[in-house]
Write a protein that binds this ligand. Structure first.
Ligand code: AMP
Ligand code: MN
Ligand code: MN
Length: 328
């Protein structure tokens, strides 16, 4: 793919969207691209840039431009160019799919190994830490501003767990350095968007940890929130960020699983791997996707069905890994 400016050329109006239940990388990349295009409107001959995302937590309102993101998709508007960010497949675009369907040109910028290359122009860098990292390489560096840098930085810290996950590379750190050079208040961005929790979030986290169980001889830690508990805490999906990360640091575990009920006997599943288990493979098997060490899917059935079905895949992979190690 060419740099953004070249790919946009000729478009009068552009729509930007990311995946459903947007996370920090999704919000950061959409905001950064929005600000980047807005400041270049005249140069690019653009008349309109709109960003569509499902509602998300207040912690992201620390970024300039976030308040202009549209949450209402109920419009007849069509766009010359549609840009999908941080989204691996069309079903994950949610209501923004209508803008993809009616656009003259579609662009897909992402870093999911499971990305289905669904657009006319696809730029997927599976070993990049985040979509924000990929997006940075498509921007002209001398057009970077402090606000764009802040949005990209927030995306990177969210997908790398503040530069801690194995997807963090030398390239990631070099880019982070260039973003810091723009004068961003990185300490505040990290604290406010990543670590700060509401009282409600902490209560839910505590409950999940207390009620978590170990399976497969302690190799898997598992926690679930059913509808009744979510209603009790009046929790939205944005209140559940970070629970999986806390489960993952349980000593001795290979995989952490967190599920919550989105509808009766329908669960959103998050998986994280600490070792060699490929959770993306499991997520893809159940119709989802993600990365080797962080993936998700939606599953039907009872809590027991979900944990039993996933455990069987983890157990099979662990046996395979053990077999391969024994042959060495
Ligand atoms: P999560 O557990 O929701 O934080 O997601 C971990 C990673 O897997 C992220 O990169 C998500 O974009 C991806 N992912 C989560 N759920 C799904 C799904 N249902 N389909 C495809 N990818 C997913
Ligand atoms: Mn994401
Ligand atoms: Mn991402």
């Amino acid at each position: 793919m060419n740099k953004i400016n070249a790919e946009i050329n000729g478009a009068k109006n552009v729509a930007i969207a990311g995946h459903i239940r947007p996370d920090g990388d999704c919000i950061g990349s959409c905001t950064a691209l929005y600000l980047y295009l807005c400041q270049n409107m005249n140069k690019l001959g653009l008349e309109k840039v709109d960003v569509y995302l499902e509602p998300f937590g207040n912690e992201f309102h620390i970024l300039t431009g976030v308040d202009e993101i549209k949450h209402n998709y109920d419009t007849e508007e069509t766009y010359d160019t549609f840009i999908s960010l941080d989204c691996g497949s069309l079903d994950r675009l949610g209501n923004a799919l209508r803008f993809y369907n009616t656009a003259k040109k579609t662009i897909n910028i992402d870093h999911h190994i499971s990305n289905q290359a669904f657009a006319m122009v696809n730029h997927v860098v599976a070993d990049a830490s985040s979509t924000c990292e990929v997006l940075f390489t498509l921007m002209e560096e001398d057009e970077l501003t402090k606000d764009i840098a802040a949005a990209l930085y927030v995306g990177i810290i969210h997908d790398t767990g503040v530069f801690k996950h194995s997807n963090t590379s030398e390239i990631t750190m070099n880019i982070a350095g260039k973003l810091i050079k723009q004068g961003i208040d990185f300490s505040t961005l990290i604290d406010e968007s990543f670590y700060a929790k509401t009282y409600r979030q902490n209560q839910i986290l505590g409950r999940c940890l207390m009620e978590s169980i170990l399976v497969l001889d302690g190799k898997v830690v598992f926690a679930a929130l059913n509808r009744r508990m979510l209603d009790f805490y009046e929790a939205t999906s944005a209140d559940l960020d970070g629970i999986i990360d806390q489960l993952r640091v349980t000593k001795g575990t290979e995989v952490a699983i967190f599920i919550y009920e989105t509808d009766f006997h329908e669960y959103k599943v998050s998986m994280r791997s600490n070792g060699e288990v490929n959770v993306s493979k499991i997520a893809v098997y159940f119709g989802g996707g993600g990365h080797i060490k962080a993936a998700g899917c939606n599953m039907h059935g009872s809590v027991h069905d979900v944990i039993n079905n996933i455990s069987a895949h983890i157990e099979a992979q662990l046996k395979e890994i053990e077999g391969a190690n024994n042959q060495l």
